[in-house]
Design a protein around this ligand. Structure first.
Ligand SMILES: Cc1cc2nc3c(=O)[nH]c(=O)nc-3n(C[C@H](O)[C@H](O)[C@H](O)COP(=O)(O)OP(=O)(O)OC[C@H]3O[C@@H](n4cnc5c(N)ncnc54)[C@H](O)[C@@H]3O)c2cc1C
Length: 286
C-alpha cells in the first residue's frame, strides 16, 4: 500500500482522464470494501487509486418511473430508500442479504456489480429486475443489460478506461412480485447459491413473464433463460415450478469448492429456484 497514489477527481471527465492516463495501473475506489481486501491480500497492486467521493451527484437514487442508482449510493441507502422498498422490494431484499450493516454502510451497489464476484447477492436480483448498466468512457457512453455486463470470473465488460456510472431498473409491470433467496452456511457469509426471481401474472392468472437470476451457479451471475421460457404462459403449479427449478439447475454450471461439489450446488439451484418462484408468484398475487 505504501506506494499507492490517491487521486480524488471532482468530475467524471477528470476521473476518465486519470483512467486514460494510467490505464490498468489505476483502480477506481468506491466504498473500498472489496478493493482494499484485494490489495491487502496481494491479489492486485494498483499504482493509483481514483476515489469517486469528490464527484458531486454520484450518491443519487432517483425513482421517476425507472429507478436510477448512482455509483456512490451505498447498499444501505438503496435498501432503505422508500421507493425501492415500495416499488422494487426484490432489490431491497437482496441488499439486506449483503453481509453486515458496517459493510452495507460503506460498500456501494455499483461497486459490488463492478467487482463482478459470482456469489455476491445483488446481481441475481438485478438480473431478475431487468437492470441496465450505464458505462461511461473516453468514447462516450453505452448501456448494457446487466447479464451481459458479467463476462467471466470477476471479469466484466468494463475496460480499464471506463467507469460504471449508474444502474437503471425499469418500473415493474402490474401484477408483478419478486423474491431473493440466499443459501449460505452462516447468515453473514457470501451466498453458496442465491436466486432472484420476478414473476408477472396475466389477468387470467397465468405467467406473463418470469425472470430468474442466479448467483453461485457459474463463473458469473447467470440468467436462467430456459427456466424462464418454460414458465411463459403457464399456470404456476407445483409441477411447473419444479420443472423450472430442474431447467435452471441444468443450465447452471457451478464450480465445486469447499462449500460443496458442483452437483450439490446444482441441486441447491433447483431447490432455491423453485422456492423463490413460489414466493414471487405469491407476491404477484398480492
Ligand atoms: C467481510 C466482507 C463480507 C462481504 N459479504 C458480502 C455478501 O455477503 N454479499 C455481497 O454481495 N457482498 C459482500 N461483500 C462485498 C460488498 O458488497 C462490497 O460493498 C462490494 O463488493 C464492493 O463495493 P465497494 O463500494 O466497497 O467497492 P470497492 O471495493 O471500492 O470496489 C470494488 C471493485 O469495483 C471497482 N469499482 C468500484 N466502483 C466502480 C465504478 N463506479 N466503476 C468501475 N469500477 C468500479 C473497483 O475498482 C474494484 O475493482 C462483502 C465484503 C466484505 C469485506
Amino acid at each position: 500500500m505504501a506506494n499507492v497514489e490517491y487521486r480524488e477527481p471532482t468530475s467524471i471527465e477528470e476521473a476518465l482522464a486519470l483512467l486514460g492516463q494510467y490505464g490498468d495501473e489505476a483502480k477506481i475506489i468506491a466504498g473500498g470494501q472489496s478493493l482494499l481486501v484485494m490489495i491487502r491480500d496481494g491479489l492486485i497492486r494498483p499504482r493509483v487509486l481514483v476515489g469517486l467521493q469528490g464527484i458531486p451527484g454520484l450518491s443519487t437514487i432517483q425513482a421517476n418511473g425507472e429507478l436510477r442508482i448512482g455509483a456512490m449510493a451505498t447498499h444501505t441507502a438503496v435498501e432503505r430508500h422508500p421507493a425501492v422498498q415500495q416499488r422494487w422490494p426484490l432489490l431491497a431484499e437482496a441488499e439486506r442479504a449483503v453481509s453486515t450493516l458496517q459493510i452495507r454502510n460503506r460498500g456501494t451497489l455499483v461497486g459490488n456489480v463492478a467487482h463482478g464476484f459470482p456469489t455476491a447477492d445483488p446481481p441475481a436480483a438485478l438480473i431478475a429486475l431487468g437492470a441496465q448498466a450505464r458505462i461511461v468512457g473516453p468514447g462516450g457512453e453505452r448501456t448494457l443489460p446487466i447479464e451481459e455486463f458479467f463476462i467471466g470470473f470477476m471479469e466484466t465488460a468494463l475496460q480499464p478506461t471506463e467507469l460504471l456510472a449508474e444502474l437503471r431498473i425499469p418500473a415493474q409491470p402490474a401484477r408483478s412480485g419478486g423474491a431473493y433467496l440466499k443459501y449460505a452456511m452462516r447468515p453473514l457469509d457470501f451466498s453458496i447459491v442465491g436466486v432472484g426471481a420476478r414473476v408477472t401474472l396475466a389477468e387470467d392468472g397465468t405467467c406473463a413473464e418470469a425472470r430468474i437470476g442466479l448467483n453461485g451457479a457459474g463463473a458469473t451471475p447467470l440468467r436462467a433463460r430456459q427456466a424462464e421460457a418454460a414458465l411463459h404462459g403457464a399456470r404456476l403449479t407445483d409441477e411447473a415450478l419444479a420443472e423450472a427449478g430442474r431447467l435452471a439447475a441444468a443450465e447452471s454450471d457451478p464450480v465445486g469448492d469447499l462449500d460443496g461439489s458442483a452437483e450439490y450446488k446444482r441441486k441447491m439451484v433447483e431447490v432455491f429456484v423453485r422456492r423463490a418462484l413460489r414466493r414471487a408468484a405469491q407476491a404477484a398475487q398480492g
